[in-house]
Design a protein around this ligand. Structure first.
Ligand code: EPU
Length: 421
């Protein structure tokens, strides 16, 4: 954590190309999955982010040998210490992803219990329920989860709710169980599918029945290494698209996967964006007119509209021509950016999980505080739209998930600077 902040000035009619990095939420489970084997694993297109550095530190501390060269990670070797470092888990909830691989490979582990975070309580009861069903003894003591099993049973397990890291953890847990298991009500996010591809390379048989949200899995006792490319970050791509419409700019966005962001494209087009799909991995986004149309948005599990894009759209819609409604169904406390946007002149009313955003003609620059990763991205969008200067503080949140966003945006003419006091 440091005191760096972003200084942003209104920036309109930008033009240029923005390149999307690899997805943080795909890279992290792939890194954790290397625990499943001692063989070398290669992960390509890894973004340069704080969360990735934290995961490297966590795995190195557990004994993995790791080299990061350009954007490729080489990870190999055994786990010598099956206990996760509490200070890293505190910084990064995704540390919980090491639990599934530790159970599968070593039938034991000691994982620091992730606490709640600013966007919600975020329990991991579903991860633990599946582990228990497999025969894992779970003992929670002094903020740590002690995991131990003598034998791992196959399961027919149904998640009570759809969980992304829960699905990833359970797939990894089952990767050494040779009899067939069924996992139902699974998450189908592209990041989950990226992990499935790696597990398949390792020798696990996984079949995903997408319409029924069910996976059948047959593991294998000996897992091989893998060589995989991290999928493009659909949330970074979506953030750039929102930014194009918000600032009246014409931006080419490259290295994305258009198939992963259909729900976002649909909303942006209604809001007034023209999106030319140039190829499966590049688009040109620009506004159809000066007007931003209001929207009705409900966040849902993939392929629905992503909760990780909600804050950026709220900023955009705060200058729409009319009232928008945003329903947040995934996390119970993910509207904290609304009060920061209000400091810039936005008119937002919140009733439980619904935000009503009445468009205003102008936003005014202000000093605002990031409360979580995507909230900070929303504030960057607002800062570029607002008249005058804005200061965004607590940008360590932003650094967790955006690969040098200010450098990327500066290149296309945006007035945005990182200040390190
Ligand atoms: N939930 C439970 N019990 C569980 C698991 C989840 O009640 O055992 C609840 C959560 O509290 C939440 C909902 O289920 O209300 C969905 O949570 P999920 O488990 O899907 O979230 P996650 O796996 O912890 C991942 C991403 C998040 C993203 C969400 C939703 C990673 C590392 N994180 O979190 O990304 O918002 O899925 O798509 O993959 C971000 O990148 O900014 C971010 C927060």
């Amino acid at each position: 954590m440091n005191d760096a902040y972003l200084l942003i000035e209104q920036s309109k009619y930008l033009e240029g190309t923005l390149e999307v990095s690899g997805a943080k939420n795909a890279a992290l489970p792939l890194m954790a999955a290397t625990i499943l084997t001692e063989e070398p694993c290669i992960i390509r297109n890894v973004p340069n982010l704080l969360d990735i550095k934290n995961m490297i530190e966590l795995l190195s501390d557990m004994g993995k040998r790791i080299i990061l060269e350009n954007s490729t990670l080489y990870i190999e070797g055994p786990i010598l210490n099956k206990e996760t470092r509490e200070d890293i888990v505190r910084k990064m909830r995704a540390s919980v992803l090491v639990m599934g691989p530790l159970i599968a490979r070593y039938k034991s582990g000691k994982v620091s219990m992730p606490g709640g975070c600013s966007i919600g309580a975020r329990p991991i009861d579903q991860h633990l329920k599946a582990a228990k069903r497999m025969g894992v003894n779970i003992d929670i003591e002094q903020g740590f989860i002690n995991l131990n099993a003598t034998y791992l049973n196959p399961i027919d397990f149904r998640f009570d709710m759809i969980t992304v890291t829960g699905t990833e953890n359970v797939f990894c847990m089952l990767s050494t169980v040779e009899q067939e298991s069924f996992v139902r009500n699974i998450a189908l996010e592209p990041e989950v599918i990226n992990l499935v591809e790696a597990l398949k390379q390792m020798g696990v048989f996984i079949e995903i029945d997408k319409p029924n949200r069910t996976a059948s899995i047959k593991g294998t006792r000996y897992l091989k290494g893998f060589d995989i490319e991290v999928i493009p970050d659909r949330i970074e791509a979506g953030t750039f698209m929102v930014l194009a419409l918000a600032t009246g700019s014409k931006i080419k966005i490259v290295n994305l996967d258009v198939n992963h962001i259909e729900s976002v494209l649909e909303k942006l087009e209604i809001a007034g964006a023209k999106i030319d799909i140039l190829s499966p991995d590049s688009v040109l986004v620009y506004p159809k007119s000066e007007k931003i149309n209001p929207l009705y948005i409900e966040t849902l599990e993939y392929p629905g509209f992503p909760t990780d894009m909600q804050a950026q759209f709220m900023s955009l819609l705060s200058m729409a021509d009319g009232e928008s409604t945003i329903v947040e169904n995934i996390f119970e406390n993910r509207f904290q950016h609304a009060q920061e946007l209000a400091r810039m002149g936005a008119c937002i009313t919140i009733h439980s999980k619904t935000a009503y955003v009445k468009g205003v003609k102008h936003l005014k620059g202000a000093e605002v505080f990031s409360t979580d990763l995507r909230a900070s991205a929303g504030l960057v969008v607002a800062g570029l739209m607002a008249e005058g200067k804005s200061i965004i503080r607590n940008i360590y949140h932003l650094d967790r998930g955006y690969d040098h966003i200010e450098q990327k945006l500066e290149k296309i003419g945006a007035k945005i600077k990182r200040i390190n006091p």
